[in-house]
Design a protein around this ligand. Structure first.
Ligand code: ATP
Length: 486
C-alpha cells in the first residue's frame, strides 16, 4: 500500500540509502543519489548478479562499453524511429502523460474500488489498442473511462502522439551547417554496446556459440511520468546479458533463461508468490517473444526484469548499416544434414534487469515495522531484513563502555575482519539504541565487547532478525560471518 511505500522512501532518506538528486536545489525530477548505505547495497546487488551471470557461467564474459556510441547505432537499433511512447496532453493543465500509465492508474483505481474484473478488462483493451498502434482508439478509451486530470479536474485531451525517450547532446565543436551530424545520444539501454562489440569479443575471447556477453552500466530515458521513486528514473542502471545462439534454438534458450533468472530472484530469499511472469502482448520492435518478471511492490505487481528473444534483429541491422559482417562461423556438425552449420548471424536471448528496481525490490522485501511492546513498556523497531550477502554492513562491533580497554579489543576485532567484509564501529549511546540503528540499516550481526571478554575472550553476538543473543569466541566471529555471506 501507499503508506508503506512512503514509509520506505522516508526511511531511505533518513538512514543514508537514497537522496533526491541535488536536494539543496529542491531536487531534479526522477533523478536520485545513493548515499553511504544505498551505494553499498547497490554494489552488493551488482556484484551478486555479476557473480551469478559471469563468474559461474564459463561461457559468459563481461564488458564495459561507453555510454556514448556512434549515432548510427541508434538508427540501426531502431531507437531513433521506434523508441517512443504514446503520450497525450491535457490541454487545461498543460501536463503530458504516458497513455499506458494513465490507463494503468485507472485500472488500479477500479481494482481498489472492488471492480477487479473491470480493471482487468480495461488493461486487456489497452494492450490490444497499443499492439495495433490505434491512437484514436486509445484516446477514446481514455475519454470513455472519464479519466480526469488531478490538477484541473477536467479532461480536455489532445490527440495521442509518439514522443522519443532518448536524451541527446552535442559532440565536440558544433558545426553551424550540419547540426544533425553533431548529435549524440545518451544510451537508452546498455545492450547496443554489446552488439557492436559482438565480433571483437567473440574473436579475441575465442567464444563458441552458445555464449553470452554481460554488462552493467548506466542508461538514460526521458521518462514522462516519473513519480515512483527509483522505480522509474531518467538516469538508471541496467544489468544486461545477451546470449548468442543458433537460429532456430531461440524457443529453448528463451525458456532456459526464464527459468534461470527466476531461480536467481528466488535465491534472494524472496518467496515465489511475490513474483509472476507477464507475457508481452505488444512486442517491442526487436522481439519475437518477450516477458517480464514482475515483483509485488508496495505499489503493486510491476516489472523488475525483461527477458526478450531478440532474434537476429540487432546484429542484422548493424551489419546492414555498418557494412561489416556480423556473422559467426559454426563448424559444429548439424546432425540433420551431416554438414557444419557454417556462417550465420546469431540469434539473441536477452536478460535485462534494472539495478535500481532491484534495489527497490530488495528494500521493499526487507522493510519491516515491528511492535515489540511488552506489558511493562511500549517498544517498536524498523528492521531491514536484507539477505546478509546484500547487507551494506555485515558486522557491527560495539564496546559496552568507552573505557577499561574494551574499545581496543573492539578495534582489534574490526582489524581482523575488515579486509574480508564491511564492518562498523560504534561506541556512542546505549547498546539498545546502537542495536536499533543497526537494525534500521539492516546489519545482520552485532557483537558486543564487555568485561567478560577480557576474561574468557568471548563476545555477545546478536542476530538481527531474531534478536537472539549468544556468546561466541572472538576467534570464531570472522568465519561465522563469512559462512553467512557466501
Ligand atoms: P517500463 O515498461 O517499466 O518502462 P521497459 O519495458 O521499457 O520498462 P526495458 O526496456 O525492458 O524496460 O528495460 C529493462 C529493465 O530496465 C526493466 O525491467 C527495468 O528494470 C529497467 N528500467 C527500464 N526503464 C527504467 C527506468 N526509467 N528507471 C529504472 N529502471 C528502468
Amino acid at each position: 500500500d501507499n503508506n508503506r511505500f512512503q514509509a520506505i522512501i522516508s526511511h531511505c532518506k533518513e538512514y543514508g540509502f537514497i537522496f533526491p538528486s541535488s536536494e539543496i536545489y529542491d531536487g531534479l525530477g526522477a533523478v536520485y543519489d545513493y548515499g553511504q548505505w544505498g551505494s553499498e547495497l547497490k554494489k552488493n546487488i551488482k556484484d551478486y548478479w555479476w557473480k551469478s551471470m559471469v563468474q559461474l557461467n564459463e561461457n559468459i564474459v563481461g564488458i564495459d562499453a561507453a555510454i556514448f556510441m556512434h549515432p548510427t547505432t541508434w538508427k540501426a537499433s531502431g531507437h531513433v524511429d521506434n523508441f517512443s511512447d504514446p503520450m497525450i496532453d491535457n490541454k487545461d493543465s498543460q501536463k503530458r502523460y504516458r497513455v499506458d500509465h494513465l490507463l494503468e492508474a485507472k485500472a488500479d483505481e477500479l481494482e481498489k474500488g472492488g471492480k477487479k474484473e473491470e480493471g482487468g478488462a480495461l488493461l486487456k483493451e489497452m494492450d490490444a489498442l497499443l499492439a495495433a498502434n490505434d491512437f484514436a482508439g486509445l484516446k477514446t478509451l481514455i475519454e470513455k473511462n472519464n479519466i480526469v486530470c488531478a490538477v484541473s479536474g477536467t479532461c480536455n485531451w489532445t490527440d495521442v502522439r509518439q514522443f522519443n525517450l532518448m536524451f541527446s547532446t552535442e559532440f565536440g565543436a558544433v558545426s553551424t551547417e550540419d547540426n544533425e551530424a553533431n548529435i549524440v545520444y545518451l544510451r537508452p539501454e546498455t545492450a547496443q554496446g554489446i552488439f557492436v562489440n559482438f565480433l571483437n569479443v567473440q574473436k579475441t575471447g575465442r567464444m563458441k556459440i552458445p555464449f553470452g556477453i554481460a554488462q552493467i552500466g548506466k542508461a538514460f530515458r526521458n521518462e514522462i511520468v516519473a513519480r515512483q521513486f527509483i522505480f522509474r528514473m531518467r538516469e538508471f542502471e541496467q544489468m544486461e546479458m545477451q546470449f548468442f545462439i543458433r537460429p532456430g534454438s531461440q524457443k529453448e534458450w528463451y525458456e532456459h533463461w526464464k527459468t534461470e533468472r527466476m531461480k536467481w530472484h528466488l535465491s534472494l530469499g524472496i518467496p515465489a508468490e511475490k513474483y509472476r511472469f507477464h507475457d508481452h502482448v505488444k512486442l517491442a520492435h526487436y522481439a519475437d517473444a518477450a516477458c517480464d518478471i514482475e515483483y509485488d511492490f508496495p505499489i503493486g505487481f510491476k516489472e523488475v526484469e525483461g527477458i526478450h528473444s531478440r532474434t537476429d534483429f540487432d546484429l542484422r541491422n548493424h551489419q546492414e548499416y555498418s557494412k561489416k559482417k556480423m556473422q559467426y562461423f559454426d563448424n559444429d556438425v548439424d546432425e540433420s544434414t551431416g554438414k557444419p552449420y557454417g556462417n550465420y548471424i546469431p540469434y539473441v536471448i536477452e536478460t535485462s534487469i534494472g539495478v535500481d528496481r532491484t534495489v527497490m525490490m530488495v528494500l521493499s522485501e526487507a522493510y519491516e515495522e515491528q511492535d515489540l511492546s511488552t506489558e511493562e513498556k511500549k517498544d517498536s523497531r524498523v528492521v531491514l531484513k536484507f539477505p546478509p550477502k546484500l547487507a551494506p554492513i555485515k558486522l557491527a562491533v560495539l564496546p559496552l563502555v568507552k573505557k577499561d580497554g574494551l574499545p581496543e579489543i573492539a578495534r582489534r576485532i574490526i582489524d581482523t575482519c575488515k579486509p574480508q567484509f564491511r564492518c562498523f564501529y560504534e561506541e556512542k549511546d546505549t547498546i539498545g539504541k546502537r542495536y536499533r540503528r543497526m537494525d534500521a540499516i539492516g546489519t545482520p550481526f552485532c557483537v558486543t565487547v564487555d568485561h567478560q571478554t577480557k576474561e574468557d575472550n568471548t563476545v555477545t553476538i546478536r542476530y538481527r532478525d531474531t534478536m537472539q543473543q549468544e556468546r561466541i569466541r572472538v576467534d570464531a566471529i570472522k568465519d561465522l560471518i563469512l559462512k553467512n555471506i557466501a
